[in-house]
Design a protein around this ligand. Sequence first.
Ligand SMILES: Nc1ncnc2c1ncn2[C@@H]1O[C@H](COP(=O)(O)OP(=O)(O)OP(=O)(O)O)[C@@H](O)[C@H]1O
Length: 432
Amino acid sequence: MDIFRTLGAGARFDKRRFAEDVKLFEQRRRPVEEFRGQHRIRVYGTDVPRPFQTFSDLAQQYELAPYISENLARIGFKQPTAVQMQCMPNRELIACAPTGSGKTLSFVLPVLHDLRSPQKVGFRAVIISPTRELAQQIYNQFRALGEGRKFKICMMTKMSTSQQSEDPRLRQKFDILISTPLKLVHAIKQDKMDLSSVKHLVLDEADKLLDLGFLEQMDEILAACSSPKLQKALYSATIPSGVEQLAQTIMKDPVRVVIGTKNAATETIKQRLVYVGREEGKLIAMRQLIQEGLKPPVLIFVQSIERARELFNELVYDGINVDVIHSERTRAQRDNIVNNFRAGKIWVLISTELMARGIDFKGVNLVINYDFPQTVQSYIHRIGRTGRAGRSGEAVTFFTNDDADFLRNIVNVMKESGCDVPEWMLSLKKAR
Ligand SMILES: Nc1ncnc2c1ncn2[C@@H]1O[C@H](COP(=O)(O)OP(=O)(O)OP(=O)(O)O)[C@@H](O)[C@H]1O
């Protein structure tokens, strides 16, 4: 880029110097491109920062505060993942990387780095997530990586009276806020939330947040983040083109980062489709899987709360160590279930879409789509609860005659992510 600046400044054109500059530019660019190619990193936009290769490179390149390097080592993160290597933006960012590829750290790290130290000027970073469980997980990651810096980090759902206080001096203590959209909009509307100092606004599971269900709330949040220095960052494993177009309209000259194949499933997951005929066939197929021997922990997705309850009653009757989670369970119940499933005390967990996105149950061996997912995005996120952080995993999806119209969409995802699929399935008509 130097060559263009030199010319822009009105210097006389020196052909030889220009040729040398071009050569130098190419020499610097080529290894970076090769490195990106090896890690399947694609970038779009102008002046995209070069990726760092190791955490010590990062520390040097960005003069990282030592506490961050120490915390990375303590947590046990030795080598950055591809998305982390490329996500030290100097401006707005849209990042699409597979499930379980470490996107959380890839925004926690640059935010902490940029905030440097606690300041009493009010919230400077806001992270939005579609569910409370995911917000909690992000909060934990901030606490772990921020250890030793005394940042005031708060989760909206746990806000104390001082955080919501009318007194601006009390509110100013805080640096980072993590919230679901509804809670935050509620506080903004009650005039209890000043977001005018926010410099970093991160939307995790951005395609979900920019979906119709949340769009109005996102508008309110964006309007409240009034600082001209505001930088937005959007992250998801799936960013459909419509959402990306919408995102572009609210962003200024963003860098786009894509890891691997866009909108595909994680390649470490072995995916399988099982034909069960009709609805009644699902329970028979489920019992057959159990008889063949399930290796817990296993996560089962169904389409509604009612169906989750029904399946739970069936499996409890069969003597399975099973529990069920959905939005009608109390907060305490949901927290307990998540903790117990993580600790291996629950072997089989039945869930609605609530747990489909973002939740990091590291050791899940098998995801069963008992009910066929309604969208490609839902499929990718649901099965992405297994095969995380480079581990292997398995996903089984039941389909009935009624699901035939949508089968082709899922078959395509399977093919894109390197799974074998029967030829006849590839010739099915695509659903709209
Ligand atoms: N550099 C790293 N080295 C080792 N493990 C890592 C690294 N970065 C993240 N992880 C681990 O990888 C797992 C997945 O990370 P994370 O939850 O951030 O994935 P994600 O990309 O946000 O997935 P999803 O799309 O499902 O939300 C976590 O258990 C996390 O602790």
